[in-house]
Design a binder for this molecule. Structure first.
Ligand code: GLA
Length: 762
């Protein structure tokens, strides 16, 4: 709900309110953001932590406002040159090099639904969404800033974006244009960011903020695994389950930047948007530029609730198309089973074993096209290699469909290998600077998607492939980052628009392809999780989370990912032991217990497994299908543990909660470890708790199988009141009583784990 009262604008959602105040000078200042308040509340003016503090010899706005220090004023969209020396939301050049702006309030509009200036953007919903447009104008020049705020009532999410309009006779150059700026009154916050690299994506970094600017960004041409555009501000005492948390993310797949500044006067300014690094955009008279959208949420009860706000927002307003609300199929991917070394016969034997075990989708990964027998050739030639697949994609598709399996296919459309027909025909389509030797990544180069003819070629090549094979699923990969920034596209001549134009070309291709193939389930991938962002999720409902499927690393990778993105978007596979990335050995059951928290599948050679492992997998798939809706769409929560050796996760849908208990190392004779508390359950109900039955190989326990096998593999169950589960917590592992008989369940080994099913009873 959005309302105006005097000089104040109130943007409210179910439990939050964001307040903006127009000052008597016309400046648009930020007033507050937090739990919901009533616009008619008495004494509202006193909650603002005043800007009119004397800051000695600081610059004040003008002689009529001697207490108005722009450097200490909470603003909605900071500009340069009137005394505010913090990081600006907008930087421009005009009139032969001037850059000072002084924008003030001009008009406003409150309306149902939302604007759709930049594509991709969040979906609208007239029932649930209301928007505010504030128009600001520079005091002297015809430069207009439109600030958009859309309140998603049910999800407690506020969407922000900006549009800059040049109505001057001269050109205006944008050098930095943020999607959102948020000025907070105190600096007593810590920052959570989601950082890493290939195979260790989105590990959570928690740091205290100190005076100066902290920058989280990507300059790689993609949103990147180095720093995700998701960030949180949390109080020192905030945990998953309590304390204040403000979370932000951007609906964009290119270079992004999140700047967090602690000002000399202990205020915090947060900016998020397209990275100003090597960015410039010229607006001729009448021209305008719209930023990508940013999302914002607030929770007074820990970061689980902020993450849950984002999860429901993403599922409802970012994911679209046929697969939006559908359960995702269990897949087998041949990559780690065969790498490039496959024949059709091998693929079909893998597919038939997969089908026998209950798998629903077969994904043919890299190596099926052109000269692609290794990663040194073939990218760009999207034509089937018939020496591998004698009946073509259409033949393989037919055979898989006749086995009642869906057919999935890997492509990496944005790339070209030097050893390819495409490169021989169009060497200038590759991104490189004439006269310089271009840098390489995985022996490949990037195609210039800022050029329409390149996008058109890819569109028709992919249409042909997807129709021929009657493909049901596509894994869209992107395995290197940008270098040698240059384009022959005349529109990018100054190169300052290069990164952004590339992303616009990619979005154009994706929107045409996804419109043409509305039934295909798309999964975006980028050498694992180099492009896990809301821009890609607008086109593709799933993302491959990381090439690293190591059980222990996945705990951190998935925990970080789930702070911004729902389980249904998170590709997670069981792969071989020892793992190909970590060389760690781990049990097949524990690998499943960790991988089943997303869009799930297998990526190993099923034809080489022993009978016990195959039985375990059959059993896992049965379990996953039974609880798939809870695991893909339930409310995910991290449950804090006092014991650093234990990890607890839960997912709740309707009356069912699934819990993961994971131990890092096995410890001898520890006595009781931490208890499991589920404070979100209903205190007035009773719950039946059981553990998932696991199939344990005799060789994993050796001679002690007969003594301990039962306690590791058997299923037990017990009934516990909601009040005890909420307020006291129960001991799991070492003392889990069942049906009157006192039994002990054990977790097997280092990195061992167990799943529990908790059903509310009538
Ligand atoms: C990337 C992906 C992998 C696989 C390979 C194929 O690394 O992340 O899953 O598809 O490419 O080359």
């Amino acid at each position: 709900m959005i309302s105006k009262r005097g000089d104040y604008f109130f943007i409210s959602t179910k439990s939050t309110t964001y307040v903006i105040k127009i000052l008597d000078t016309g400046h648009v200042s930020h007033f507050s953001y937090g739990v919901r308040i009533d616009p008619s509340e008495k004494g509202l003016e006193f909650i603002h932590e005043g800007f009119d503090v004397n800051i000695g010899c600081g610059t004040y706005y003008d002689e009529s406002h001697p207490m108005m220090f722009m450097d200490n004023l909470a603003m909605e969209y900071g500009t340069v040159g009137k005394g505010d020396a913090r990081e600006p939301a907008l930087e421009v050049r005009y009139g032969g090099g001037l850059f000072v702006l002084d924008p003030v309030f001009c008009s406003y509009r409150i309306f149902k639904g939302k604007n759709e200036d930049f594509l991709p953007c969040a979906l609208s919903d007239e029932e649930n969404v209301e928007s505010l447009e504030l128009v600001l104008k520079d005091k002297l020049l015809d430069i207009f800033i439109h600030l958009f705020y859309s309140a998603y009532e049910e999800e407690d999410v506020i969407l922000r974006s900006a549009r800059i309009e040049n109505m001057m006779d001269d050109a205006l150059v944008l050098e930095n244009v943020s999607s959102m700026m948020l000025d907070l009154p105190d600096s007593d916050w810590e920052l959570l960011s989601f950082d890493g690299a290939w195979a260790r994506e989105r590990y959570i970094t928690r740091r205290a903020l100190s005076p100066g600017v902290t920058v989280i960004d990507s300059k790689l041409g993609c949103s990147s695994s180095e720093h995700n555009s998701l960030i949180y501000l949390v109080r020192k005492e905030t945990s998953a389950e309590s304390g204040e948390a403000i979370a932000m993310n951007l609906i964009y797949s290119g270079n992004h930047s999140e700047r967090i500044e602690v000002s000399p006067f202990s205020k915090i300014r947060v900016l998020t948007g397209i990275n100003p690094f090597n960015f410039s955009w010229t607006l001729e008279k009448g021209g305008s530029f719209s930023t990508p959208e940013a999302i914002l949420t607030y929770s007074a009860s820990g970061w689980n609730d902020a993450a849950l706000n984002f999860h429901s927002f993403i599922k409802k307003y970012i994911i679209r198309g046929k697969w939006k609300d559908r359960l995702r199929p269990v897949l087998i991917n041949n990559w780690e089973a065969t790498y490039f070394n496959f024949t059709e016969k091998k693929l079909l034997s893998l597919a038939s074993k997969a089908k026998e075990l209950g798998i629903e989708l077969f994904v043919l990964d890299d190596g099926w096209f052109g000269r692609r027998t290794s990663d040194r050739a073939g990218l760009g030639d999207w034509v089937c290699n018939r020496s591998r697949l004698p009946d073509g994609l259409e033949g393989l598709g037919r055979k898989l469909h006749s086995m009642d399996l869906l057919f999935g296919l890997w492509v990496e459309p944005e790339m070209v290998s030097e050893n390819s027909e495409l490169f021989e025909k169009h060497p200038d389509w590759r991104i490189s600077i004439p006269g310089r030797t271009p840098s390489v990544g995985r022996h490949q180069y990037i195609l210039d998607l800022s050029r329409k003819e390149v996008v058109d070629y890819l569109y028709s090549a992919l249409c042909e492939v997807f129709s021929l094979g009657e493909v049901d699923y596509v894994k869209w990969d992107m395995n290197r980052t940008m270098s040698d920034y240059f384009s022959l596209n005349k529109d990018v001549s100054a190169m300052g628009g290069f990164f952004h134009k590339y992303i616009l070309g990619l979005y154009d291709l994706l929107s045409r392809i996804t419109k043409r193939f509305p039934d295909i389930l798309f999964e975006s991938c980028s050498a694992g999780g180099n492009r896990y962002d809301l821009g890609m999720l607008c086109f593709m409902p799933q993302t491959w989370t990381s090439d690293n499927t190591d059980i222990h690393h996945r705990i951190s990778i998935q925990e970080g990912t789930l702070m911004g993105y729902p389980q249904s978007t998170m590709g997670a596979h069981v792969s071989a032991s020892p793992g190909h990335q970590s060389l760690r050995k781990s049990g097949i059951e524990s690998r499943f217990n960790v991988a089943c928290w997303g869009a799930f599948g297998y990526e190993l050679d099923l034809t080489k497994l022993c009978d016990e492992d195959l039985e375990a997998i059959r059993n896992q798939i049965g379990f996953y299908k039974k609880y798939r809706n809870v695991l893909q769409n339930g409310k995910f929560r991290k449950i804090s543990s006092r014991d650093d050796n234990l990890v607890f996760w839960s997912s709740t849908l309707n009356k069912t909660t699934i819990v993961l208990e994971y131990q890092i190392l096995n410890r001898p004779n520890t006595g009781f470890q931490d208890k499991l508390r589920l404070p979100f359950l209903d205190r007035s109900k009773c719950y039946r708790i059981s553990n998932r039955r696991q199939i344990i190989r005799k060789e994993d326990l050796g001679d002690i199988f007969s003594s301990y096998g039962k306690s590791v593999s058997e299923e037990y169950s017990a009934v516990v009141s909601g009040r005890l589960l909420c307020d006291y917590g129960i001991f799991l592992g070492p003392q889990f009583a069942g049906n009157g008989v006192f039994e002990t369940t054990r977790i097997l080994g280092d990195f061992g784990s167990r799943l529990y099913i908790i059903e509310e009873m009538d």
